[in-house]
Ligand binder design. Structure first.
Ligand code: PHE
Length: 352
């Protein structure tokens, strides 16, 4: 293309377009100018339409001028587009850089965390699996047979009074302990059996710093040949020392449960106050941590297991209490209160 167009009309159109194109600072603006000048209803189209009205002698030169102008404008548009693209690429490094060292600090979002009881449950499950127990689950809504009768607690037995039961329609109930899972385990497996169940239980009772109407238990059973109290004590001491990360002080007291014979209660030296006395241990220095014993022959029978050949131990333990001692929490009601200030203290903790 020659620098000076042959026809002054070409020059006039080209100069006018050039001025507009120079003023365009974005790729979009250049595209808009392309339409305004070269589009179907653009400026050049007007010029071309006007040619028909000219005297025949002028039509040729006018058409030529218009075509020259078109070529010139196309060239100007292409040049401007190219210049803008180059400029944009050059500025990318300034406008779109990311400081990789800053990202973590500036994009931090609030994360949920694992509830301390859920973390405790996971840890207990891991420990029990490592000790060779399988982890079972059982229903919250139970029938009388699994919650009471098969556990050697017949109707009218005074032991039912200790379990403040929430009754549902149709003779169903909210399980008052995890012991029904003992029966379910025996019904569905053959000895030797090593199983635990961790889950929620329900008691219809008054609340205080150590009593909730819903809490959690871990139930364990072992059924094999010649099982004795030594196996029971060893297993529990090992489990508790793992949970508390040290050799805890325990004591065994004779007790009574209809489903074990003999029956014991195991106390642990209070880890909140170290034995000095506090609300958690009711100022005794000891926390009643669990019930245990050798499985009563009637219970083995109810589970379909021959008590002449097999024996076993069972234990039931409050997970909430365990968690309170682990973290020095002084009120069981914190767990279900849903206060984020309480829960946030466990951020980054166990599995959190
Ligand atoms: N189920 C008993 C309770 O809730 C605890 C227990 C379980 C005792 C297993 C002995 C054996 O109090």
């Amino acid at each position: 293309m020659s620098d000076r167009p042959a026809d002054p009309r070409t020059a006039a159109l080209r100069d006018e377009a050039a001025e507009a194109i120079r003023a365009a600072t974005t790729l979009e603006a250049v595209e808009a100018l392309r339409l305004a000048w070269l589009g179907k209803s653009g400026r050049l189209q007007d010029v071309l339409r006007g040619i028909g009205a000219l005297p025949p002698a002028e039509r040729g030169p006018a058409g030529k001028a218009a075509n020259e102008a078109k070529g010139a404008i196309e060239a100007l548009l292409a040049e401007r587009l190219e210049a803008l693209r180059t400029a944009r690429e050059a500025s990318l490094a300034d406008t779109e850089w990311v400081d990789a060292t800053q990202a973590a600090a500036t994009t931090r979002v609030a994360r949920g965390l694992v509830h301390p009881l859920a973390a405790m449950r996971r840890e207990l499950e891991d420990l029990c699996l490592a000790m060779g127990f399988e982890v079972l689950d059982g229903p919250w809504v139970e029938d009388e047979r699994h919650n009471f009768e098969a556990l050697n607690i017949p109707r009218d037995h005074p032991a039912r009074d200790n379990q403040d039961t929430t009754w549902l329609e149709g003779g169903l109930l909210l399980r008052t302990h995890t012991s029904p899972v003992q029966i379910r385990a025996m019904e569905t497996r053959k000895p030797p059996i090593r199983a635990v169940a961790i889950g929620r239980v329900f008691r219809h009772e008054a609340l205080d710093a150590s009593h909730e109407n819903t809490f959690h238990q871990i139930e364990g059973i072992l059924v094999d040949e010649d099982v004795h109290v030594g196996h029971l004590v060893f297993t529990l001491r090992t489990l508790l020392s793992e949970v508390f990360r040290k050799d805890v002080e325990v004591r065994l007291r004779p007790s009574f449960f209809p489903f074990t014979e003999p029956s014991f209660e195991m106390d642990v030296r209070c880890l909140v106050c170290g034995g000095a006395g506090c609300p958690v241990c009711k100022r005794t220095g000891w926390v009643e941590l669990l019930g245990c014993g050798l499985i009563h022959p009637n219970v083995l029978k109810a589970g379909g297991i021959d008590p002449a050949r097999w024996s076993g131990f069972a234990f039931g333990l409050g997970v909430d209490r365990l968690c309170m001692m682990r973290h020095a929490i002084d009120d069981i009601r914190h767990f279900a209160a849903g206060d984020v200030r309480f829960l946030a203290q466990f951020a980054g903790g166990l599995h959190g």
